[in-house]
Design a protein around this ligand. Structure first.
Ligand SMILES: Nc1ncnc2c1ncn2[C@@H]1O[C@H](COP(=O)(O)OP(=O)(O)O)[C@@H](O)[C@H]1O
Ligand SMILES: [Mg+2]
Length: 323
């Protein structure tokens, strides 16, 4: 059986809409005919079920981690939406936000064998190691941000730690390199953050071959950014700022997969225990979510060099059709 395509959904800041997007992208992919499982990996504050319009009465990841004999496949519950299953983060097992290395390894290996075309992973806010590692399950993970400076700066910090973690894992048997990287996790916020290019230079000066390996590794990482909770089309100018900062500090490229407006129907549908995509099918935000799903189907594993231009085109089409 082929392994599922994994779509981790992360952000730097909380409240930007990870859970909203994870749920609704999962629904859009299942509506397009795929077998999808939405997994709540926000172990500290699981709430993905509310965005799917279902109650959380089910055993979930917490039970799987506690019971060595439990199988992840058995935890998939139906959502009432054809083709879409759900794995709960677990309301019954508090304090599961801290998981051990072995627990994480076991969970990751089972995720890779779930019977699905797509796995959509809703992650916690923050830069805990397990969040970074869940995001690293795909080199193309989705990064959600609101169009404002704090969300963007937190996104840059999150992405930087993802890159540092990726390099650290590639050199697990090299104490000198690991020591260099370990400093990055504990750097105080007020200190000027070193750039990924500085780190590459430092690694190269320790060992030129390791420097090359680092460059190859980082070149493969290409996250996909979604702007959410937007109020005006002009807010897409934040993409330029993001591109410039990422190029300067992180030396990688990102693609843009979506631009979703703030829509009062999102919270209305939650209060009515309905999934947004089913409750507000014709809204502009729902159409934007479906566009993200179509981009995932068409180009999840390939770079999209003109992605910003495509979003501008979407926005121009919306205003032409009076949406
Ligand atoms: N596009 C949107 N329009 C309106 N409200 C939204 C939108 N996206 C998210 N929200 C609301 O914002 C809040 C935070 O969203 P959530 O998905 O829980 O964020 P996160 O998972 O990143 O912390 C929720 O109340 C959610 O319903
Ligand atoms: Mg959330």
């Amino acid at each position: 059986m082929p392994m599922p395509t994994i779509i981790p959904v992360a952000s730097g800041k909380g409240g930007v809409g990870k859970s909203f997007l994870a749920a609704n992208i999962a629904i859009a992919l299942s509506e397009a005919g795929h077998r999808v499982v939405a997994v709540d990996l926000d172990l500290g504050a699981p709430n993905l079920h509310t965005f799917l319009g279902i109650r959380n009465r089910h055993a979930g990841i917490g039970d799987f981690l506690k019971a060595r004999s439990a199988e992840l496949t058995d935890l998939i519950v139906p959502t009432g939406i054809e083709g879409l299953g759900f794995i709960s983060g677990d309301a019954k097992t508090p304090f599961m936000a801290d998981i051990t290395y072995q627990q994480k390894r076991r969970l990751i290996s089972r995720l890779n064998h779930l019977p699905a075309d797509y796995l959509v992973l809703d992650l916690s806010t923050g830069t805990a190691f397990h969040t970074l590692d869940f995001f690293r399950l795909s080199p193309f993970g989705l990064l959600v941000t609101a169009p404002d400076d704090p969300s963007i700066m937190n996104l840059i910090n999150f992405l930087k730690l993802v890159l540092v973690r990726s390099v650290e894992k590639a050199f697990s048997g090299r104490p000198a390199i690991r020591k260099l990287l370990a400093n990055e996790y504990i750097r105080p916020h007020h200190q000027q953050c070193s750039t990924i290019s500085d780190l590459k230079t430092k690694i190269s000066s320790l060992d030129p071959a390791a420097g090359e390996k680092t460059a190859t590794l980082l070149a493969q990482i290409r996250p996909r950014v979604v702007f959410n909770r937007c109020r005006t089309p002009e807010e897409f100018t934040f993409s330029q700022k993001l591109d410039d900062t990422i190029a300067e500090k992180l030396s990688i490229a990102v693609d843009y997969f979506g631009f979703v407006f703030e829509d009062p129907n999102v919270n209305r549908s939650i209060n009515a225990r309905q999934a947004f995509l089913s409750a507000a099918q014709k809204s502009e935000a729902a159409e934007s979510v479906r566009r993200i799903a179509r981009r995932i189907e068409a180009s999840w594993e390939i770079p999209v060099p003109d992605s910003a231009q495509q979003i501008r085109q979407d926005l121009a089409e919306n205003s032409a059709t009076g949406r």
